[in-house]
Design a protein around this ligand. Structure first.
Ligand code: TXA
Ligand code: MG
Length: 322
């Protein structure tokens, strides 16, 4: 049971890097959501991540690194397009799926011959990764710090509420404040010829196309790659999420600020724009659960950029099973 949060100071970050080296788990902030990190070379530590999350073993983890110098250690035959994207958007909210090099073992890749890699931009994440690398570490495997299928946490307090009871006293939660972006990284797969977006995020398809100077595909259901965020139902609070219909009095309601709250509904968030919407969506979904609401009505957003990531997540949150 983790009882306290460690505020992210140079000392606690060093301590956290050491804990990772010792095979303990460290939850840390990134600009997207909080991750639950383990030494990506340590099979036992990675197994603990799966256990704490109750995540199926064939769902691969993203390996986080602090520098492009480590790219070739983890990936082989990196296409020039992938390098261009990495140089443009890293550090940042982007994950590349590349053909794995030998150090990326089955226990991290879910048995696939490809590996997910990301350099995050959050200063605490970067500092933790570089301290870990100074100690000889090569990468930190980190999924979002939530139970499988649940909403990703965007604050250290939410990590504690979500996973505190499954973590031990030797594990740590580094508190680096609230995540700026609020939705998970964009995932681009470069292993199958034409690059393909597997999960939309802050780095939009338009931005990626601008850099690559070509049209790229988004995920299709014929793709066999395991991406848990692509499951029909994911990012789900306990309350049922509806994207159409009218809330009854006492139901939760999330929409842009210019949309009025239906009579009797409980307003959970009034973001002023799509970026704010992304930032507070997960906290608002969690708040609905804290309030014990049964239903949440969310009005989808329009526009380019992060809009498609918001709509993707709320659509998946709404795909409950009756
Ligand atoms: O923003 C993020 O990406 C956050 C922060 C902590 O970095 N991490 C995150 O991890 O969202 P996770 O595990 O919750 O979601 C990562 C997704 C999963 O759906 C996983 O299946 C996919 O990335 N993924 C990871 N490695 C992969 C691989 N080798 N091939 C295909 N998909 C992969
Ligand atoms: Mg996740």
């Amino acid at each position: 049971m983790v009882r306290t949060l460690s505020s992210a100071t140079p000392f606690s970050i060093k301590k956290a890097a050491f804990s990772l080296m010792q095979g303990e788990l460290v939850s840390f902030p990134t600009e997207t959501v909080y991750g639950l990190g383990a030494d990506a070379l340590n099979e036992k530590a990675v197994a603990k991540v799966y256990k704490v999350k109750a995540r199926p073993l064939d769902h691969p983890l993203i390996v986080h690194i602090s520098t492009l110098n480590l790219l070739d250690k983890w990936a082989t035959a990196v296409p020039s397009g992938a390098l261009k994207i990495a140089n443009t958007f890293w550090p940042g909210p982007l994950t590349l799926i590349l053909t794995r090099n030998y150090i990326a073992k089955d226990f991290v890749t879910g048995g696939q011959d490809k590996v997910g890699l990301r350099i995050p931009s959050h200063p605490t994440a970067l500092a933790l990764l570089s301290e870990f690398e100074k100690l000889g570490g090569l990468g930190v495997a980190a999924p979002s710090a939530n139970r499988f299928g649940a909403v990703s946490p965007t604050s250290a307090e939410d990590v504690k509420l979500e996973l505190g009871e499954y973590l031990t006293d030797s594990d740590l939660i580094l508190d680096g404040g609230t995540c700026n972006i609020g939705l998970e990284s964009t995932i681009i797969d470069f292993t199958q010829g034409m690059p393909k977006i597997l999960r939309p995020g802050k780095i939009s398809i338009e931005l990626v196309q601008d850099v690559l100077k070509c049209k790229i595909e988004t995920y299709s259901s014929t793709n066999k790659t395991k991406v848990s965020g692509l499951l029909e139902s994911h990012y789900s609070p306990k309350a049922k999420v509806f994207l159409t219909g009218n809330p009854k009095p006492g139901d939760g309601f999330i929409a842009l600020a210019n949309i009025q709250t239906p009579k009797g509904a409980i307003r959970l968030a009034s973001p002023n724009n799509n970026d704010e919407f992304a930032q507070i969506l997960y906290a608002a979904l969690r708040n609905a659960d804290k309030l014990g609401l049964r239903s949440i009505y969310i009005i989808p957003v329009f526009g380019e950029g992060i809009a498609s990531a918001i709509n993707d997540r709320i659509f998946k949150a709404s795909n409950f099973k009756n």
